[in-house]
Design a protein around this ligand. Structure first.
Ligand code: NAD
Length: 481
């Protein structure tokens, strides 16, 4: 069986304690590789390598770093089909999605920050009347930690690593233990691109051991984390006494507000995607759909018809819309919410069942599920399910729509479907979300800030926000007579 190895100091190595974790192919429900169950000793080795590489890397020119990052971007692009296949195999997502979205975005992450760092500037201020000039340095932090989840494996892993490296830091990174494969391949890509040894170190393992050792490490000065809200809270508690810099990108329960004046066909096509893309396992999926009462009945009929027509199948078949969920425990969690919905008086309009896919009988497939709820405070409407399950509910007024949208602990993204500009502006201002889409979904410009309010996180990624996070600002004040 293939063994994945840790990438430390530019070389691949086995975990020091020789312990391994099973890695599953979710489309077949089979173990197909083993990953290191790394201990704090492995994390310490990764830290020492990053520490040794830091003085030299942080003193390289911007042009040099930019060139290396561009090379990494190019090699990812050159290996698009292999990486996409690996991502699909490891995660269960349709190959078409990994090919069109995940891997191209991983390449763009490196290319974007290769360019952005060349434009990263800081402020200067003249203190008129006090005879002083101030200028601000943006200095790299040192060794930083990057921890990512399983839903968009290489896409999110590189979204952290690229700005960290661009800003001159060295990195100890941990991908999700559920989807480690493309992160493993990234090590080789970085070596090929000429990244000096020790600049990026990738340690595989479980969250509460390997991840915890990164967060607890007293000399890893900043942690960029994407994952669940409970994990984020735990990381915040662990890191707070050490005053680490933290960026926490957490869960979501995102509302979709659909008004009668929207472009109906466009809204329907995009809402299908925002509900079930990646099996509903995107933190930005619109899992709560609120529809203006005058078109609710029509919406319900049409939406259910389209959802029922989605093909659940092997990630490797070209016409598959919904692939496998990432793991058995995750599938069981999603299924438990369908039961909870029924117990709470919700109506399953379609879906709800496990699917047997020919040749993949043990895979983790679930029908895309639409639940009509009467009370927005029910658990299925309040808690993040992170699977192919959406709720629908009517509203009558703009005020009611806003209250429903904001009536959860999360605040990651919101989508509004309307052609009324006045309403758009009013709602966009009042929605409690870090990202508001109007008449679209998931359209991302990498220069824009990305992140959540409330229990969806602290801090912003993207563009200059990421470079600011991965640097310390130091103001220098010079007095003259
Ligand atoms: P998770 O919190 O279980 O794990 C995320 C990562 O943290 C994994 O690498 C895991 O091993 C690690 N981890 C777990 N416990 C840890 C600990 N004590 N210390 C350090 N690291 C630890 O999340 P998941 O199940 O992998 O991912 C799904 C969640 O991620 C969902 O809640 C989803 O909304 C969220 N997510 C958020 C965003 C965003 O940008 N806001 C993007 C994608 C996913």
């Amino acid at each position: 069986m293939q063994k994945i190895l840790n990438y430390i100091n530019g070389a691949f190595q086995e975990p020091t304690k020789g312990e391994w974790i099973d890695n599953y192919n979710p489309s077949k429900g089979e173990v197909y590789s083993l990953i290191p169950n790394s201990s704090s000793e492995d994390v310490e080795q990764a830290y020492q390598a990053a520490k040794a590489a830091y003085p030299s890397w942080s003193n390289t020119t911007i042009e040099y770093r930019s060139e290396i990052l561009s090379k990494i971007a190019a090699i990812i692009k050159d290996n698009l089909s292999d990486l996409a296949y690996t991502e699909s195999l490891d995660n269960g997502k349709p190959l078409s999605l990994a090919t069109k979205i995940d891997i191209p975005r991983a390449s763009s992450n490196f290319q974007f920050f290769a360019n952005a760092i060349t434009q990263f500037s800081s402020e200067s201020h003249e203190s008129v009347g006090l005879n002083a000039f101030n200028f601000t340095l943006r200095q790299s932090i040192g060794v930083v930690g990057c921890i990512s989840p399983w839903n968009l494996p290489l896409y999110l892993f590189t979204w952290k690593i690229a700005p960290a490296l661009a800003a001159g830091n060295t990195v100890v990174a941990k991908p999700s233990e559920v989807t480690p494969m493309t992160a493993y391949l990234l090590g080789e890509i970085c070596t090929k691109a000429g990244l000096p040894k020790g600049v990026l170190n990738i340690v595989h393992g479980l969250g509460h051991t390997t991840g915890q050792a990164i967060v607890e490490h007293p000399n890893i000065k900043a942690i960029s984390f994407t994952g669940g809200t409970a994990t984020g809270a735990h990381i915040a508690r662990t890191a707070a006494p050490m005053f680490k810099k933290l960026s926490l990108e957490l869960g979501g329960k995102n509302p979709n507000l659909i008004f009668a004046d929207c472009e109906y066909d466009k809204m329907m096509a995009v809402t299908l995607k925002s509900s079930f893309a990646n099996q509903g396992q995107i933190c930005l999926c619109g899992s709560r759909i609120f529809v203006e009462k005058s078109i609710y009945k029509q919406f319900k009929t049409d939406f259910v018809k389209h959802v029922t027509a989605l093909k659940v199948g092997s990630p490797f078949e070209g016409d598959t819309n919904v692939g496998a969920l990432v793991s058995k425990p995750h599938m069981e969690k999603v299924q438990s919410y369908i039961k909870i919905a029924e117990d709470e008086g919700g109506t399953v309009l379609c879906g709800g069942n496990q699917v047997q896919v020919d040749g993949h009988e043990n895979g983790y497939y679930l029908e895309p599920t639409v639940i009509e709820v009467a009370d927005d405070k029910c658990r299925v409407n309040q808690e993040e399910i992170f699977g192919p399950v959406v709720t629908i509910m009517p509203f009558e007024t703009e005020e009611e729509a806003l209250a429903l949208a904001n009536g959860v602990r999360y605040g990651l993204s919101s989508t509004i479907w309307t052609n009324n500009l006045n309403r758009t502006m009013k709602l966009a201002k009042q929605l409690e979300a870090g990202i508001v889409w109007v008449n679209t979904w998931l359209l991302r410009d990498l220069r824009t800030p990305f992140g959540g309010m409330k229990d969806s996180g602290v801090g912003r990624e993207g563009g200059l926000e990421a470079l600011r996070f991965f640097t310390e600002a130091k103001n220098i004040c010079i007095k003259f007579d």
